[in-house]
Ligand binder design. Structure first.
Ligand SMILES: [Zn+2]
Length: 431
C-alpha cells in the first residue's frame, strides 16, 4: 500500500506544541546535515558499499542511548522521525543516481530553509472531531489539530509537519487506490503557456489570465519590507557583528508571510486551470519545454560577462511566476485521473506557423507584439491563439501513441514514473 495522493492541511498547534515543533524542526535539519556529512566523509567503504539509513539508524539509536550532553538534541527528536529523516536522505541519493530524475547531489539545509518533520504512517493516528476539524496524534507531542478542508479519502501512509511563512501545516501521503479513468471521449485541445498571457486554450476565444499574485498595496508593502531588511542587515553587519536582531527576524517573517501568500495564489490558479483542462478535454497538447535551460541566467563568466543580465533575470522571474514545472506535474496526474491524456509536442516554431495554411515563416510575426499575420495566405489573429491551434494540431498528429516526451528522457518525480511511461500507450486516441 503506497501513498498515491498528497493532502495538505493547515495545522493549529498550541503555543507549547509550537515550541516543541520548532525545536524538532531544527533537530531534523541538523540530523540531515550530520547524516549527509557522515555519508560524504565515509564515501564508498572497503567492500564497495555505501552508507545507508539502516546503518545510520543503528548509530542514531546508540547516540540517543548514550545521553551525552553534547548531542542530547538527538534524543529530543522522536526516534521514528529521526529514522524517517535518514530514509529521506536515502531517497535523495537514489534520485541523484537515477538518470531520469532531475535531482543533483543532496544538499545541506540552511537554518532559513523550510522546516519539515517527517513521520511514518505507523506512528500516527488520525481522528475526526467534526465536519471541519480533525487531529493527528504525533509521537511525543500529543494530538495536533488541523482544519479538515477536504476529506482524507484513504489510508494515511505518512505525515510531514511543515512550516512556511504562513504557519504550520500537516501533509499526508494517502493511499486512495484510485485507478486511472477510462478515456472521457471529449475533444482535445492545445494550450500555449506564456508570460503576458498565462494560458491560451485553442478551443477558446479569450486568454486565461492569472491575476497578479500580489495586490498593488501588497507589492508596495513588500518593497518597503525589502528596503527595511537591507537596512537592518547593513546595521547588523556594522554594529552587531553580523548577528540578526529581533527586529530583523520580524521583518524576515513578514516578507516570508507575503511570499507564502503569493505562492498559494499561484498554486490556486494553476490547480484550477489544470483541473479544468484535464476534466474537459480528451487530450491536452502542451509545448515540451525545458524549463531549466529556458530560465538559465545570462550572467556569463568573469572573462565574458553576459549582456542584459537584469532583464533576463526579470524575464526568468516572470516565467517562473507561472510555475511551469508544477503545472506540467499537475497535468500529468490529473489527465490520468480524468480520462484525458497529456501530449507534449516539439515546441519549435509553434508561434511562427500559420494555423490556416500551415506555412512556417518567421515573417509571420511582425514586430514583437501579440499579432500574427501570415505572409502566405493573409490569415491574421492573436499570436498565442495561433500557437495554441498549432500545438493542438501537432498533438492530434501525434495520436495516442506518444505520451513520452519527444525531446529528452522524462524528468519528473520518481513516484509517477513507471505508471506514466507504460500505462496509456495503447489506449485509443480520443481525438
Ligand atoms: Zn497562412
Amino acid at each position: 500500500m503506497k501513498a498515491d495522493r498528497g493532502r495538505k492541511y493547515r495545522a493549529y498547534p498550541t503555543p507549547e506544541q509550537e515550541e516543541v515543533l520548532t525545536g524538532w524542526g531544527h533537530d531534523a535539519r541538523a540530523l540531515w546535515n550530520l547524516a549527509l556529512e557522515h555519508r560524504m566523509m565515509v564515501g564508498r567503504k572497503h567492500d564497495g558499499t555505501w552508507v545507508w539509513s539502516t546503518e545510520q539508524s543503528l548509530l542514531l539509536t546508540q547516540v540517543r542511548n548514550d545521553a551525552d550532553d553534547t548531542v542530547n538534541w538527538l534524543s529530543d527528536l522522536p526516534a521514528k522521525a529521526g529514522q524517517q529523516v535518514l530514509r529521506r536522505l536515502d531517497q535523495a541519493f537514489l534520485n541523484m543516481a537515477n538518470p531520469d530524475h532531475p535531482a543533483g547531489h543532496p544538499e545541506f539545509k540552511r537554518r532559513s530553509s523550510a522546516m519539515s518533520i517527517p513521520f511514518p504512517g505507523q506512528a500516527l493516528h488520525v481522528r475526526k472531531l467534526n465536519r471541519h476539524w480533525a487531529e493527528v496524534r504525533v509521537p511525543k507531542l500529543g494530538w495536533l489539530r488541523f482544519r479538515l478542508s477536504r476529506a482524507l479519502g484513504g489510508a494515511v501512509r505518512n505525515c510531514t509537519v511543515v512550516r512556511d511563512g504562513q504557519g504550520w501545516h500537516v501533509c499526508f501521503g494517502i493511499h486512495t487506490g484510485v485507478v486511472d479513468a477510462a478515456p472521457n471521449g471529449k475533444s482535445g485541445c492545445g494550450v500555449d503557456f506564456g508570460v503576458a498571457v498565462s494560458a491560451y486554450v485553442s478551443t477558446e476565444d479569450e486568454p486565461r489570465l492569472m491575476r497578479p499574485t500580489l495586490t498593488p498595496g501588497e507589492q508596495q508593502r513588500l518593497r518597503g519590507l525589502e528596503q527595511r531588511k537591507a537596512r537592518q542587515i547593513k546595521h547588523a553587519k556594522r554594529h552587531n557583528g553580523g548577528r540578526y536582531s529581533k527586529r530583523l527576524r520580524k521583518t524576515l517573517a513578514q516578507i516570508a508571510d507575503l511570499k507564502a501568500r503569493q505562492a498559494r495564489r499561484r498554486l490556486d490558479f494553476t490547480h484550477k486551470l489544470t483541473t479544468d483542462l484535464a476534466k474537459n478535454h480528451g487530450f491536452v497538447g502542451i509545448e515540451d519545454l525545458r524549463v531549466t535551460s529556458m530560465t538559465a541566467t545570462a550572467k556569463g563568466t568573469v572573462v565574458e560577462p553576459g549582456a542584459r543580465v537584469q532583464q533576463k533575470a526579470a524575464l526568468n522571474r516572470a516565467i517562473l511566476d507561472n510555475i511551469p514545472g508544477e503545472r506540467r506535474r499537475q497535468l500529468e496526474y490529473k489527465t490520468r485521473q480524468y480520462g484525458s491524456e497529456l501530449r507534449p509536442v516539439p515546441p519549435h516554431g509553434t508561434s511562427q506557423t500559420c494555423p490556416s495554411c500551415g506555412e512556417r515563416d518567421p515573417r509571420n510575426r511582425v514586430g514583437c507584439g501579440r499579432e500574427f499575420a501570415c505572409v502566405h495566405c493573409g490569415f491574421t489573429g492573436h499570436a498565442d491563439k495561433s500557437a495554441s491551434i498549432e500545438i493542438e494540431a501537432r498533438a492530434r498528429r501525434m495520436g495516442g501513441t506518444v505520451t513520452k516526451s519527444t525531446r529528452r528522457p522524462r524528468k519528473e518525480s520518481s513516484r509517477h514514473r513507471t505508471t506514466v511511461a507504460g500505462a496509456r500507450v495503447n489506449q485509443p486516441s480520443a481525438a
